[in-house]
Design a protein. Structure first.
Lengths: 133, 388
């Protein structure tokens, strides 16, 4: 099930918007169960360093399956403030909890207008069913 | 994103693949499953039990008549005119310049009436090209020479074919056929009777051949009965750990086994010696297209050699990645994947011969970053040297 409380990029990343105690907003970013189902057989993930500037729609890393390598695209514009360092060594368990322990990066959002471009769960599900057809 | 499968070829198992979760892709004009669930699980099932792949998309060309043996000997790089009934040989088809048009298996079998024929299995991607190549060399005059008649037929759309591969392949297949598979040697085959009721008394052709590096068989059988036999094999194979395997696992299996794939390690620009397939070229017998060119090429030092590469980082090199040594471009990757058996990325490619020795360290440009790799002997995986 696609969580209702998250936002989604067309490129299959999910975003959880949290408020930053220091002010502003933080985006927690991962990839969706649908994307993992398509990828299968994950073998490698490359994540950015903390401090890296990312832009909405631009690559922040890559994920590799037996079949192919795919870009990970940032759903928002901002700066990476945290990276899930456990992820690369535990890729096989990523599909078990893609929306929880399977987060990839946290981004301090610099431009909140980029959030408006994201899809809600219903719109994302619709896109997936069209793609799957 | 979505593919219109109405416009491309379908094997008789298309509906079965879809019903069992097969992810269908357009593979050179054929709707084929890349995988059912996990490529790695399908791969491992083939290495430890048995995997079964629908390879009905492959081209099957049949040659019979008293002139067939010499005709094929004058078309293929490998001697075939001396084959005994039941023998299978790997061969190449080359153009006049010695470039590879296709790699093929040729089997010499007899039909139910005892009449011999040659069956040539060609890559699906090359089938039209090879049919045209055969027709170009088989003029009506040649086909009808008195006493040396040749009958050529493309039976690709009449026969299905299954690749049944893995250490339990024989256990799976033996109850279904009247031939003694234990005593069928590697690269041998036979016309067999299919014993299962779903075969409706039809026969098939079995060869002890494959594309996985495991023991195994390839079974050709009529389109009309193939779904019933496939389902019966899947059911019987359950206790043997059978999995239906898609083209994804077929690729990782053949890569570990160091086997070339047309369009990757083999092209019209590659000659057999660069590819390490000199064993498949008999240059002293019959004259075939490309023989004169290959006689010259054989005497020259090769420009490139096919090598195996293992990555020293976690990233996977893919086709067309550039290979460097000390900042200098020395070659190109032709295939790469993550090896489920070795648990590391592996690749094949062509490099200049002075960088081809096992142990040589090379750098591969993977999406802009130079990743370390090492030349290793092929194959990556040898079933007879397990646990070394």
């Amino acid at each position: 099930m696609t969580p209702q409380n998250l936002l989604y990029a067309k490129t299959h990343e999910w975003v959880k918007i949290e408020s930053d105690p220091a002010g502003g907003k933080i985006a927690v970013v991962g990839i969706t169960a649908f994307a993992l189902e398509l990828l299968t057989d994950l073998v490698y993930v490359a994540l950015p360093e903390v401090g890296r500037k990312v832009e909405a729609g631009q690559s922040f890393g890559e994920i590799e399956s037996v079949k192919a390598v795919s870009d990970l695209n940032s759903p928002v514009t901002g700066e990476v403030v945290a990276v899930n360092a456990d992820l690369p060594g535990k890729l096989e368990s990523l599909p078990k909890d893609p929306y929880g322990k399977g987060w990839f990066i946290k981004v301090k959002i610099a431009d909140e207008s980029t959030i408006a471009q994201l899809l809600d769960a219903a719109a994302y599900d619709k896109q997936c069913s069209e793609e799957h057809g | 994103m979505t593919t219109n499968f109405d416009q491309i070829g379908k094997t008789p198992l298309f509906d079965w693949h879809v019903a069992h979760g097969g992810r269908m892709i357009d593979f050179t004009g054929w709707a084929m499953p890349i995988q059912y669930a996990s490529i790695i699980e399908e791969h491992n099932a083939t290495r430890s039990g048995v995997g079964m792949t629908d390879v009905s998309h492959m081209g099957r060309l049949r040659f019979e008549g008293p002139g067939a043996a010499v005709f094929l000997a004058e078309l293929l790089t490998r001697r075939v005119a001396d084959m005994a009934l039941g023998q299978v040989r790997y061969s190449l088809v080359t153009n006049d310049k010695g470039g590879v048009l296709d790699d093929v298996l040729v089997g010499y079998y007899h039909n139910e009436l005892g009449q011999p024929f040659y069956l040539m299995v060609v890559n699906a991607s090359n089938c039209d090209k090879i049919v045209a190549w055969v027709q170009r060399h088989l003029s009506p005059e040649r086909a009808n020479r008195p006493g040396q008649e040749i009958v050529f037929s493309d039976v690709s759309n009449l026969w299905a074919m299954f690749a049944i591969q893995g250490p339990r392949a024989m256990d799976l297949l033996q109850p279904f056929v009247d031939a003694d598979l234990q005593n069928m040697k590697y690269y041998r085959g036979d016309t067999v009777r299919l014993l299962h009721p779903a075969a409706k008394r039809q026969g098939g052709i079995i060869s002890r051949t494959g594309y996985t590096g495991e023991d195994g068989f390839e079974l050709s059988l009529g389109m009309g009965i193939c779904v019933g036999i496939w389902e019966a094999l899947m059911e019987y194979g359950e206790s043997l750990g059978i999995m239906a395997t898609g083209l994804g696992a077929r690729d990782t299996l053949r890569l570990e086994a160091g086997m070339p794939l047309y369009g990757h390690e083999l092209t019209e620009e590659i000659d057999p010696f660069q590819a390490g397939l000199g064993f498949a070229c008999h240059l002293s017998g019959y004259d075939f297209p490309g023989r004169d060119a290959l006689l010259k090429i054989e005497k020259q030092p090769p420009m490139l050699s096919r090598v195996g590469l293992e990555m020293l980082s976690r990233r996977v090199a893919r086709q067309d990645c550039a290979i460097f040594s000390g900042g200098q471009r020395v070659g190109t990757v032709t295939s790469g994947t993550f090896s489920p058996t070795l648990q590391k990325p592996i690749a094949m490619g062509y490099v200049s011969p002075n960088h081809a020795a096992p142990g040589t360290t090379l750098q591969i440009d993977i999406r802009g970053s130079l990743e370390p790799s090492r030349v290793v002997p092929l194959p990556f995986y040898n079933r007879n040297k397990k646990g070394k």
